[in-house]
Write a protein that binds this ligand. Structure first.
Ligand SMILES: Nc1ncnc2c1ncn2[C@@H]1O[C@H](COP(=O)(O)OP(=O)(O)OP(=O)(O)O)[C@@H](O)[C@H]1O
Ligand SMILES: [Mg+2]
Length: 508
């Protein structure tokens, strides 16, 4: 195929950061009207490549050529690439939460009448048209912050369509979506393809790659490893190229859980949300035993995270009732510090908000919750700090030039690994993991699961909240299903199937 029929060719793209060659002579090409995936381990250079393409990294900050629709182009800003029909949707969505749905579709490129005044009637009409196109059926006057992430993502795509997008770039769009919303999004991309819109998508969910990719490029350490076409694409082939070795079982084996004393129990436990004026946790009765891994399954917004927050003492917005028993002691935590003192740790699903300090380095972040282990009489032992930080950087394969790199310079998945490392290092009695492997590549997931297995073998108890059913089924001894704040089922792992869980999750 000649280059003319390709919508995009990126030639010999090289981009460096201090101490890091993020992209090393990368060549990719994408045919018109196809869905192309970029896959690779955390820190492989995927997001950087798309930032080069969309002008977030402007001319002069990288070398190499971009050929778009047969012409050599270099974009100087996002505005510049959008003008040319390239729209990037990042994982941190760029919507305005306090504007309405239709305002968000047109913000930044408002429809004006001949006198330069915004034509609201036309704006609403056109917004509706594009929202219909992406299959989003919501009141267009609604404020965006009242909608879930799945719907917000569709608004971003509607916005892209309203800007006459030719090449749509999605950086891990399904990472924060549940199975249903993910499926809708993938279906939509296939629909858009029929309309001639080309997409480039980054994802760690290899099953979805297998499902809809026409072609893909695998990156490792900033270099292209291989390009594959639809007929050759399957999950295990991708993993082999990505990780550089074979992984046969994504979930490392652990001896079957027998029994242990109860370390955490909630009894008729409720959390009432003062802002929403309703119960977000309603009569939760769960038990967690020593050495056990228990899963909380459910749809996004079912109240699992709120449940974790309310056990952990993060309760500013809530009125709590009912009992929590930790290692035989009735307790009410009013602040996370007191939960931590009682041996409970919580790995938040939102690492930006309450997990990490982006302006500090990796070593400091990993040791943040374990200062007692690396200091004596209030004096920090830097040797110990760097020893443990290096250990976790190695164990979890955190891609970085050194442990002194500031966290904000790490790729998304590597930031998540630091967050997990921080809490694993603190070795709590009870560890609550909220979407622990979101955005993490398959190889590193395996390493995290292995550490989890080691920890429970030593008697730690783990509560996992996850929207990925394979992870729940692959890692847990027992599973509770939550739907709209209510506990709708409990399964032992032998009896659990994806179908049964989904059925109970959608109940109420
Ligand atoms: N602003 C920056 N300063 C320094 N290094 C950076 C910066 N941005 C990215 N890097 C480094 O460049 C490399 C590639 O990062 P990139 O974000 O492209 O990875 P990725 O493939 O998108 O990974 P992930 O799957 O974790 O999102 C990483 O080693 C990262 O640490
Ligand atoms: Mg990335």
């Amino acid at each position: 195929m000649s280059e003319k029929e390709k919508i995009l060719v990126m030639r010999s793209i090289t981009k460096t950061f201090p101490g890091v060659r993020a992209l090393d002579e990368v060549d990719i090409h994408v045919d018109k009207g196809e869905i192309h995936f970029i896959v690779g381990e955390n820190g492989a250079g995927k997001s950087t490549l798309m930032k080069v393409l969309s002008g977030i990294y402007p001319i002069g900050s990288y070398s190499g050529d971009i050929v778009f629709n047969g012409e050599i182009k270099h974009f100087n800003s996002i505005k510049d690439s959008v003008r040319n029909g390239i729209v990037i949707i990042n994982q941190e969505l760029a919507l305005f939460p306090d504007l309405t749905v239709y305002e968000n579709v047109y913000v930044g490129h408002e429809i004006a009448n001949s006198r330069g005044v915004i034509d609201w009637i036309q704006t609403k009409k056109m917004a509706k048209k594009y929202l219909d196109m992406v299959g989003l059926d919501v009141e267009i006057e609604r404020l965006v912050r009242t909608l879930g992430v799945g719907k917000q993502q569709l608004i971003e795509i509607a916005k892209a369509l309203s800007q006459d997008v030719k090449l749509l770039i999605l950086d891990e769009p399904t990472a924060a979506l549940n199975e249903n919303d993910s499926k809708n999004l993938l279906d939509l991309l296939v629909e858009l393809k029929k309309k001639g819109i080309t997409s480039i998508m980054i994802s760690h969910k290899l099953r979805e790659v297998e499902a809809i990719a026409d072609s893909l490029t695998i990156l490792r350490d900033g270099k292209v490893i291989t390009r594959m076409l639809a007929e050759e694409i399957n999950e295990f082939e991708i993993i082999k190229h990505m990780v550089g070795r074979q992984i046969d079982d994504i979930f490392p084996k652990r001896p079957i859980f027998k029994s242990g004393k109860i370390v955490l129990e909630t009894i008729h436990f409720n959390a009432y949300d003062n802002n929403l004026n309703r119960y977000i946790v309603n009569d939760a009765n769960i038990k967690l035993r020593e050495g056990e891994v228990v899963g909380l399954a459910g749809l996004m917004g079912a109240g699992r995270t709120e449940f974790a927050h309310s056990i952990f003492g993060n309760i500013d917005k809530y009125k709590i009732s009912g009992g929590v028993i930790v290692q035989g002691e009735h307790i009410k935590f009013h602040h996370p510090q007191s939960a931590i003192k009682h041996g409970i740790a919580y790995v938040s699903e939102d690492r930006k908000k309450d997990g990490l300090i982006l302006g500090e380095n990796i070593g400091q972040n990993i040791c943040l919750a374990s200062l007692n282990k690396i200091s004596k009489r209030g004096i920090l032992n830097f040797f110990k700090q760097s020893f443990f930080a290096k250990k976790y950087v190695k164990d979890l394969d955190i891609k970085t030039p050194s442990i002194y790199q500031q966290l904000k310079n790490l790729s998304g998945g590597n930031q998540q690994k630091v967050q997990v490392a921080k809490w694993l290092f603190s070795e709590p009695k009870i560890l609550i993991l909220d979407e622990p492997t979101r955005g993490i590549d398959v190889g590193a997931k395996y390493e995290i699961y292995t550490i989890i297995n080691d920890l429970v073998a030593k008697g730690m108890s783990i509560l996992i909240i996850s929207s990925e059913l394979p992870e729940i089924l692959g890692m847990c001894d027992r599973i509770y299903v939550i739907a709209e704040g209510l506990q709708t089922a409990e399964f032992n792992i032998e009896d659990a199937t994806a179908e049964k869980i989904m059925h109970k999750a959608a109940l109420v």
